[in-house]
Design a protein around this ligand. Structure first.
Ligand code: FAD
Length: 387
């Protein structure tokens, strides 16, 4: 089904992304990232030069100023994921969807001036650290504390599962600045690489996204200056997280649709060329039926996601709608990719093939950004009038 949300500017930008991939994100590079467990900085700097990272950074700070029009970011995801480069898409997404928005929307003027220009070039990479070993879904159960001291805060605690946590230069960190678990007991502090007592910790071995680092972080008496408190005011952390979570969830929905679309393309190509019993696998009726299922699901996914993208552009996408997009799209992604793997036969299980990598990457889409159970809880609570 033809999509109609993109105009000439978006399509011109798509060409830029394609050119970037051709020049800087080859399959050899991808294999190197998978071996290293991270994307090399040169590639991210090249992304900065091409103008495909830090899209949300306002023009006055050297960026493209595309925060609200997420269609440009959607194109980056479509193209990068479509090229079988899930890890690169993830690393770009952390910068643009999880780190930059907090500084753009909620940062002080000083914070914007200090970090945004170099986030637009890829010189500074950000991450977002909420989850802890003992608290993920239940964010108010975190234990990392930031005690007020002269000129700033003394931070102690640990975070885990932090995407880009090993490579990031600055980490937007969810901390407790007050007693109890009321929403105003929490704040967001920017921790910087190299601060005494801040350890990037262990890179975690994952099922998928092999070329994108996920790390544990630990903080032992880390002094963080007051100037690094997001928004310059204590007690806003929980609300600040809630404000950006719809974007994070929309971005996961877009990634899910992009992966499902790519799976359809790869599977169609593969079944055309693979022969069994003297005929292309595509010529079996079962194959065509399953491809029809994939194609129809992908169409419906885009129809839904495109609507959400336009609502987001007009600042009308509610947290509940973003939660629906996240759980529904990632559940469909999982079904579509599973069919794709099946139709590839044994090769579908071999990670040289993009379908196998995308399948492994997709599993976490139903877990991070808020699990799909928590997404259903958000939607269900609203339906039950318990918001
Ligand atoms: C690869 C990867 C990257 C990640 N990146 C980041 C990152 O960059 N930053 C970050 O802060 N975090 C990140 N996370 C953490 C992720 O967001 C959490 O793992 C997720 O929110 C779930 O938290 P948890 O692991 O503590 O699971 P738990 O909260 O312990 O949940 C366990 C199970 O219980 C279910 N459950 C919990 N509460 C309820 C409830 N109320 N109703 C019904 N079911 C419930 C969950 O759905 C889940 O099935 C990442 C995780 C992974 C695996």
């Amino acid at each position: 089904m033809e999509r109609d949300i993109y105009n000439e500017d978006h399509e011109a930008f798509r060409d830029v992304v394609r050119e970037f991939i051709k020049r800087y994100a080859t399959n050899e590079k991808r294999m190197q990232w998978d071996r290293d467990g991270e994307i090399d900085r040169q590639t991210l700097l090249a992304a900065g030069e091409s103008g495909i990272i830090g899209l949300a950074v306002p023009e006055e700070f050297g960026g493209a100023g595309m925060l609200q029009d997420y269609r440009f970011r959607a194109i980056v995801n479509e193209e990068v994921i479509g090229a079988g480069l899930g890890s690169l898409a993830g690393a770009l997404g952390i910068q643009d969807d999880l780190a930059v928005p907090y500084i753009v929307h909620m940062g002080t003027q000083e914070q914007k001036e200090k970090w945004l220009p170099r986030m637009a070039t890829g010189e500074i990479l950000g991450a977002l650290a909420m989850t802890e070993p003992g608290a993920g879904s239940d964010l108010r159960g975190i234990r990392t504390t930031a005690k007020k001291v002269d000129g700033g805060y003394m931070v102690n605690g640990a975070k885990t599962f932090i995407s880009s946590g090993k490579t990031a230069d600055i980490i937007v960190t969810f901390v407790k600045t007050g007693e109890g678990n009321r929403p105003d007991a929490f704040s967001l502090l920017i921790l910087e690489d190299g601060m005494e007592g801040f350890d990037h910790g262990r890179k975690l071995e994952k099922m998928g996204f092999h070329g994108w680092d996920t790390a544990e972080l630990s903080f032992s008496d880390v002094f963080v200056p007051e100037a690094n408190l997001i928004g310059g005011k204590e007690g806003l952390g929980f609300i600040q997280l809630m404000m950006n979570l719809p974007l994070e969830r929309l971005s996961i929905g877009v990634s899910a649709a992009a992966a499902a679309q790519a799976a359809l393309t790869w599977t169609l190509d593969y079944t055309k060329s693979r022969e069994a019993f003297g005929q292309p696998v595509l010529d079996f009726q079962n194959t065509r039926f399953r491809l029809a299922d994939m194609a129809t699901t992908v169409d419906v996914m885009w129809a839904y996601i495109d609507r959400a993208l336009m609502l987001y552009k007009d600042a009308k996408l509610t947290p509940e709608e973003a939660a629906k997009v996240k759980f529904w799209s990632t559940d469909r992604e999982w079904e579509v990719l599973d069919i794709g793997v099946q139709l590839h036969g044994g090769y579908g299980y071999i990670t040289e093939y993009p379908i196998a990598r995308a399948f492994l990457d997709a599993r976490v889409h139903r877990i991070y950004g808020g699990t799909n159970e928590i997404m259903r809880e958000i939607v269900g609570r609203q339906l039950a009038g318990k918001r």
